[in-house]
Design a protein around this ligand. Sequence first.
Ligand code: SP5
Ligand code: ZN
Length: 344
Amino acid sequence: MISFHNPLHHLHAPAHEFFRGNRVDCFEKPARADYVEQALRQAGYELLAPDTDATGALKKVHSQRYLDFLASAWAQWVALDPANTTTQPFPSVWPVRTLRSDVEPANFIAKLGLYSMDNGTPLARGTWEAAKAGADAAASAAMRIAAGAPAAFCCTRPPGHHAGPDFMGGYCFLNNAAVAAQTLLDQGAQRVVVLDVDYHHGNGTQSIFYQRADVLFISIHGDPLTEYPFYLGHADEQGEGAGLGFNLNLPLPAGSSVAKWFAALEAACTRISQYAPDALVVSLGLDTYVGDPISQFALATEDFSTLGRRLAGLGLPTALVLEGGYAATELGANALQVIHGFEA
Ligand code: SP5
Ligand code: ZN
């Protein structure tokens, strides 16, 4: 399978995130992508550098003011105090209900809150450069399948599916899967499916396409009543306006069995076939793995091969975009199983 990597992912390397008021080491760390790259190379796959500029697609899935903020955020942070180069900014205030989000404040921390859904998504010096190169890698994978390749894999971090039209969150800054879907549409696809199999609901991708019929969004995830991102991902969210009927959420209780998970995958596949899309983008979170430190499904490494085989069975040009997965040392084997299963 054609595979792209993100040669700049190391530039996003924050040290800490917050959990229940404490600073803890980041779960979303550079070693994740390194393990996946290593596993692919050992299996004989070449990892290509991105060859497509995602800027055009990014402007269609994110607001300009959010992109401008993200590109300049580190410089703004350091401008507050030169000593900030060695520390990380975190938001501390958010425009929740009744507060205004249309006026961008001048204060940097207030801006950071405006453009964030949580305080668990640390910005680092090279976040923009890393995230942009990742979006380029996702666009590159989409371009290959638009040009006739049966499938392409995009090994990247930071992940993307929690990033919405104008906010970051859940370790995500730029929505790589949305960029891939938009790129396919821009290349002439009429209908694209984004199937999100990350443990966490892909709230950002859902929000970006919620009012559109040209992208069917389907997500299988831990029930947001108890699982991150908490405020989106329920079964009654079906799209709105022109997008009504083009959003399908399949939440499962935390701790659900592998059999329940694959039953949900079958429901997703049935809906995908009914939609008859031109192409498929998979938000490939591997945090459904039984050994994941922050998630509670139970897929074994071999189950990822079954997933890959089932996806291939849809018979669609497919772009696989890496999302979450925090059992870093097993991430390479799990990603490779999806690819091998797909190619079997
Ligand atoms: C892309 C993706 O998978 N994002 C996930 C974001 C999850 N954010 C919440 C993290 C909560 C960390 N919980 C730590 C539990 C330690 N026992
Ligand atoms: Zn996840």
